[in-house]
Design a protein around this ligand. Structure first.
Ligand SMILES: Nc1ncnc2c1ncn2[C@@H]1O[C@H](COP(=O)(O)OP(=O)(O)OP(=O)(O)O)[C@@H](O)[C@H]1O
Ligand SMILES: [Mg+2]
Length: 391
């Protein structure tokens, strides 16, 4: 996809060129003009798909020319970058048909999401709009790996979704072993090492395929290779994954490092997994405090209680008040079905469909797929809505 950029700011030009080049497929800055007038005086021979206008130095004269520019490039989407939400300018922009307004300095994730929308509208890609669901254990052995792998399988099997699971355990990642007997030929660190080759086909070929709709990207099993992993790699992998999978499930493990943090930053929903006991609640509170300090909205954090047994001394209500977060689901303690599944490396749903734990996973699939995780915001909301809507 080609873009025309209108700015006097060399740093912004370099930033956009770098972000555009990192996309799959790339967004190339076909040309740069210093003002709208300059763009009108020196039109491009080919229609760009996107015109990005730096409005931080836009004067009234320029603003008046916005509509002319839009008419000149009727096939292009217009994107405005502003330092302040200047009401009058925004109204003019809407009249001119501007589709996207982003705040400067640029938040890269918001930029890529906006470009995704433009690309989808232009029919450049037939992208999916995958949701990232992170499973994180509050305490060792809470069941995050069992649940994330079996939930991923259930999503693909019961809801007919295309699902990718990424095993983010820094060391001793074991997600593939829970649901498959295949050995991973490629791991997360292999993908990062060849990040320049990353596209949908490369990602798909790096997976352990558990079923036609469900693949797992195995953890980096050799700690010495972990140096290859950089937070930017996580962004790139998740960006490609969102375009080609309906759901990306993350088995985050317990350690919060630069990589898992970047993955969590990208998550639409975080599911901390815990059991109903005081040590789990203590660790859960610590984890949620970390999320609060990182500015994650609490409504995106939804607790799942694993190995739940009714009638215990602690009630779900006590847990919710102690942690200040909602328990969205409970998974029953189902020792026999789970142990059989884990020991054989076969998804519990395939092994014992009628087991209580399988039925509970099916309920979770329904819960997740019935409500859209993040509602798409309309243009008006994006123009005038909360700034963090685009973060
Ligand atoms: N609902 C359940 N009922 C019975 N047993 C369970 C249930 N969920 C998990 N288990 C058992 O708990 C064990 C630990 O689960 P799992 O490995 O998924 O935990 P984890 O949170 O990923 O731990 P780690 O901190 O090691 O990554 C599993 O081997 C499984 O046998
Ligand atoms: Mg685990």
């Amino acid at each position: 996809m080609k873009a025309l950029l209108i700015t006097r700011d060399g740093d912004l030009q370099a930033e956009l060129a770098a972000q555009g080049a990192a996309r799959v497929p790339p967004l190339s800055l076909g040309a740069c003009r210093s003002s709208i007038q300059d763009a009108l005086d020196r039109p491009l021979p080919d229609q760009p798909a996107l015109v990005i206008i730096d409005a931080s130095e836009l004067d009234d004269n320029d603003a008046a020319h916005l509509e002319r520019l839009a008419k000149h490039y009727p096939g292009a989407s217009l994107m405005l970058l502003t330092r302040a939400h200047h009401q009058e300018l925004l109204i003019r922009a809407m009249r001119a048909g501007v589709r996207e307004v982003l705040q400067l300095p640029l938040v890269h994730r918001a930029l890529h999401e906006a470009i995704d929308r433009v690309a989808a509208a232009a029919g450049v890609t037939n992208m999916r709009d995958g949701k990232i669901l992170a499973f994180i254990a509050c305490k060792g052995g809470s069941g995050a790996t069992f649940l994330s792998t079996n939930f991923g399988y259930a999503l693909a099997a019961l809801a007919d979704k295309k699902v990718l699971l990424i095993d983010l355990h820094g060391q001793f990642g074991d997600a593939t072993l829970y649901v498959s007997d295949q050995k991973a030929a490629m791991t997360l660190s292999d993908v990062c090492r060849h990040i320049a080759r990353l596209d949908a086909a490369f990602l798909e070929s790096s997976l352990v395929h558990v079923s036609p709709g469900f693949g797992i990207l195995a953890a980096a099993d050799d700690p010495s290779q972990a140096v290859e992993l950089k937070p930017e790699h996580m962004d790139a992998i998740l960006r490609v994954a969102r375009q080609h999978y309906d759901y990306i499930v993350l088995d985050v493990g317990r350690q919060i490092d630069a990589i898992s943090l970047r993955a969590l930053d990208n998550a639409d929903v975080i599911y901390p997994i815990l059991q109903l006991g005081l040590p789990d609640i203590r660790d859960g509170r610590r984890l949620l405090d970390i999320f609060r300090s990182l500015g994650y909205p609490i409504e995106h954090t939804r607790l799942i209680v694993n190995r739940y047994e009714k009638g215990g001394k602690l009630r779900l209500q006590d847990l919710q008040s102690a942690l200040g977060a909602e328990v969205v689901h409970t998974i029953p303690n189902d020792y026999i079905a789970v142990t059989d599944s884990v020991n054989q490396g076969v998804p519990v749903l395939r092994l014992s469909r009628a087991a209580p734990v399988s039925r509970s996973l099916a309920d979770l699939v329904e819960l997740v797929t019935a409500r859209r995780v993040v509602e798409n915001k309309g243009l008006f909301d994006r123009l005038f809505g909360r700034a963090d809507a685009d973060q």
